[in-house]
Design a binder for this molecule. Structure first.
Ligand code: FES
Ligand code: FE2
Length: 343
């Protein structure tokens, strides 16, 4: 039944795309862990050589859950019940009795690891990835500072924030918000550029600063924001990863890295002077990382009370001053292939 303007409806719970299942530091070599994605559990294993795999945790032999007592043996995962082993492609490679393994596999999902985060491609129909993520170069950035949240929400809804310019001043207190170019839609990628005055400064009691944001969204689970503070010449890169565990049960991982002073262009003269001394450089980078991350976490947490209680209004009563919400939603339809097939 078609909804009327302003009426709440429901989005399909699991749009296809790449979703974070953890930060790289959570997956040590030789360990096996369980995560939940799209309403199902997933075993994430890192082999002795460092290769990551994501597979169904239920052993096809007699049904043990390999997330509870499973171990990594070389390049395979060993089931705790009878010692059957499975390679990173899911194929059974050994039994626990030195006998010929049965021709059987556990289902696997494709894993992508870049910039310190591990993502898995989810397609509720079980299909292969329909798009790839770039291997981002993080060599000129500090290590990531990260935080994990679990909340009620849907990835399309939380990612819509990137283009919801109206709420930036109302919820986050930004001022002078300006789009710096038209929204770019390129297949599964979306890019928006805007500038504003951010109320959060780099020192206690400061009056905030002007910043430029370039937001790149890839699918509904992977948002990256390159931030510039033109007056200081400082840059940072933030990530927001929205992962649907189950229907309206969302994991949100945020991360931020600051660009090394040595790699930054157009530094404020004082910072350029600081960057000549290693100790001072480390001090400035540490303070900048801490403050910029605090600003990011503060921004994200300000949205929580809205997300916790909001409904999805499929035909919103939009007004001048809103961002390109309608274009974003048309772009997002590509991540629901079942809907497209229904016409
Ligand atoms: S149930 Fe896994 S080896 Fe038997
Ligand atoms: Fe927001």
């Amino acid at each position: 039944m078609a909804s009327s303007e302003g009426e709440a409806t429901r989005l399909p719970p699991f749009p296809l795309g790449w979703y974070a299942v953890g930060f790289s530091s959570e997956f040590a070599r030789g360990t096996v862990q369980t995560r939940t994605l799209g309403g199902r559990e997933l075993l994430i294993a890192r082999t002795e050589s460092g290769k990551l795999s994501a597979m169904d945790p239920i052993c096809p032999h007699l049904g043990a859950h390999m997330g509870h007592g499973g171990t990594v043996v070389g390049e395979s995962v060993r089931c705790p019940f009878h010692g059957f082993r499975f390679g990173t492609d899911g194929a059974c490679v050994a039994t626990g009795y030195d006998t010929k393994p049965p021709k059987v596999s556990v289902a696997t999902k494709v894993v992508h690891e870049s910039c310190g985060v591990v993502l898995v491609f989810l397609d509720p129909r079980g299909g292969p990835p329909t798009f790839t993520l770039p291997a981002l170069d993080d060599s000129s950035y500090s290590p990531l500072r990260t935080k994990y949240y679990r909340l009620r929400g849907h990835p399309q809804d939380t990612t819509e924030n990137s283009v919801d310019f109206g709420h930036l001043s109302i919820v986050h207190g930004y001022s002078h918000v300006q789009m710096r170019s038209d929204l770019e839609l390129d297949g599964p990628a979306l890019r928006a550029r805007y500038s504003m005055h951010h109320p959060f400064g780099l020192a206690r009691g400061s009056r905030g600063l002007n910043a430029e944001f370039e937001v790149t969204v890839r699918g509904l689970g992977h948002s990256m924001v390159d931030i510039k503070i033109p007056t200081l010449g400082l840059e940072a890169r933030t990530f927001v990863f929205a992962t649907p565990r189950a229907e309206m049960d969302l994991e949100l991982r945020i991360a931020l890295a600051v660009k090394r002073l040595a790699a930054s262009q157009g530094l404020h003269p004082l910072l350029a002077w600081v960057s000549r001394a290693k100790v001072l450089t480390q001090l400035v980078e540490t303070i900048y990382l801490r403050q910029a991350f605090a600003a990011l976490a503060n921004d994200v947490e300000q949205d929580f009370v809205i997300w916790k209680h909001k409904q999805y209004v499929s035909r919103p009563a939009l007004a001048q001053g809103d961002g390109p919400i309608a274009r974003y939603r048309r772009w997002a339809e590509q991540f629901y292939p079942a809907l497209a097939a229904e016409g």
